[in-house]
Ligand binder design. Structure first.
Ligand code: KDG
Ligand code: MG
Length: 402
């Protein structure tokens, strides 16, 4: 089953998406998401200039060998650009194989381990009252798990807080805007937010929170401890994750479960966190984590250490990546939760995805492959636009994490 064509499409139906389509000699096509928010064109070049010329003519059935060829074969390993490009090829090849065998992808991975994939929605608000109202709204819609973010009193704008009720974090179509951050204001406010949310929705709903890497380990330890009464499902990206030993400090002080990994791209990025049992959920996703081939190895390693999956699934991953995560989540034994947000209507028109939400769970559908139909003819209507997420500075102007 020779690969005869591989094309990269860039479109911007509200956000930029990079999509790889691979075609075999039998006319079977497979899709991969190659979107790397704010650095999209670097992956386009990596695919078009370096990988696709080496891909044409290979046997699409040899998914593992092709993964190893691109990973081991290049002198330069790892990194978000490389691994997103490899991930897109890998996902497209799994899509092709499942279509060739006439089964939904989760069947090929090992079959269904559950009836549906529990997802978490994003409830946020400009202030505490609006955030609480939106959490109630998500609970009423049937979400069993809800991520809660809120504007912080005294700070003008904070990344992670939605603009619009369901579609948050649109990248700005200009150079990156600058937000101002205060750890003191945040740490004083966050427990009040979760106290109000618990009071509003009770104990049954899982609550999650994303810190976007903004604390130091001892600050994160304090936050984890202060949030213990509100029984979080997870506290995400509490600190920047380059210094993995930092997590030991957090662990010494709190039983709040920790999630990390949306910016990881290699199994070596999480090996220490997993083997030392420093986290509870691994956030790596199919597109940035080197595809399904690497993610299933990471999940197997995580399982040994009681760590469960929680794939990144914000709206800067296209429906192709979300579908792949949902198939993965149907099968993976140590599944935790899947992030899930509504894509814009224009995005849903271009990427006809089969997955459906019901009662807090999403099912990927049962058509062969990923279950995503990509409408190439609409791509031209939505050309690429340079766009960036904000950067973060402390109140005195010092550059900070987000
Ligand atoms: O591109 C970055 C976003 O996907 C990210 O900031 C969203 O942190 C995020 C999340 O958990 O969804
Ligand atoms: Mg996050």
């Amino acid at each position: 089953m020779k690969i005869v064509d591989a094309k990269v499409f860039v479109c911007s139906p509200g956000r930029n998406f990079v999509t790889l389509k691979i075609t075999t000699e039998d006319g079977i096509t497979g899709l991969g998401d190659a979107t790397l928010n704010g650095r999209e064109l670097s992956v386009v070049s990596y695919l078009e200039d370096h990988l696709i010329p080496c891909l044409i003519g290979r046997d699409a059935r040899n998914i593992e060998d092709i993964w190893q060829y691109f990973y081991r074969g290049a002198y330069w390993r790892r990194g978000p650009v490389t691994m997103t490009a490899i991930g897109a090829i890998d996902t497209a090849l799994w899509d092709i194989k499942a279509k060739a065998l006439g089964v939904p992808l989760y069947q090929l991975l090992g079959g269904a381990s559950r009836q549906g994939v529990m997802v978490y929605g994003h409830a946020s608000g400009a202030d505490l009252d609006e955030a609480v109202a939106n959490v109630r709204d998500y609970a009423a819609k049937g979400y069993r798990a809800i991520r809660v973010q809120s504007g912080i009193p005294g700070l003008d704008s904070t990344y992670g807080v939605g603009r619009g009720k369901y579609f948050y974090e649109p990248a700005d179509r200009a150079l990156p805007p600058e937000n101002i951050w205060s750890t003191r204001k945040y740490l004083n406010f966050a427990p009040k937010l979760f106290e109000a949310v618990r009071e509003a929705v009770g104990e049954d709903v899982h609550l999650l929170h994303d810190v976007h890497h903004r604390l130091t380990p001892i600050e994160a330890a304090r936050l984890g401890r202060d949030l213990e009464p509100f029984n979080l499902f997870w506290l995400e990206d509490a600190v920047q994750c380059e210094l993995q030993a930092g997590f030991e400090i957090i662990r010494q002080h709190t039983t709040t479960p920790l999630a990390v990994g949306e910016v990881f791209n290699s199994i070596y990025d999480c090996q220490e966190l997993l083997s030392k049992q420093l986290i509870d959920y691994i956030r790596m996703t199919v597109s940035h984590g080197g595809g399904i081939t690497q993610l299933r190895k990471i999940a197997a390693l995580a399982d040994v250490y009681h760590v469960r999956t929680g794939c990144h699934g914000a709206t800067d991953m296209s429906p192709v990546c979300i579908a792949a995560c949902l198939h993965f989540g149907m099968w993976v034994p140590n599944f935790g939760v899947q992030e899930f947000m509504l894509h814009s209507e224009e995005t849903r028109e271009i990427f006809g995805a089969q997955y459906t939400f019901s009662d807090g769970y999403v099912h990927p559908g049962d058509s062969p492959g990923l279950g995503v139909e990509f409408d190439e003819s609409s791509v031209e209507k939505h050309p690429y636009v340079p766009a960036y997420l904000p950067v973060n500075r402390k109140e005195d102007g010092t550059m900070w994490n987000w």
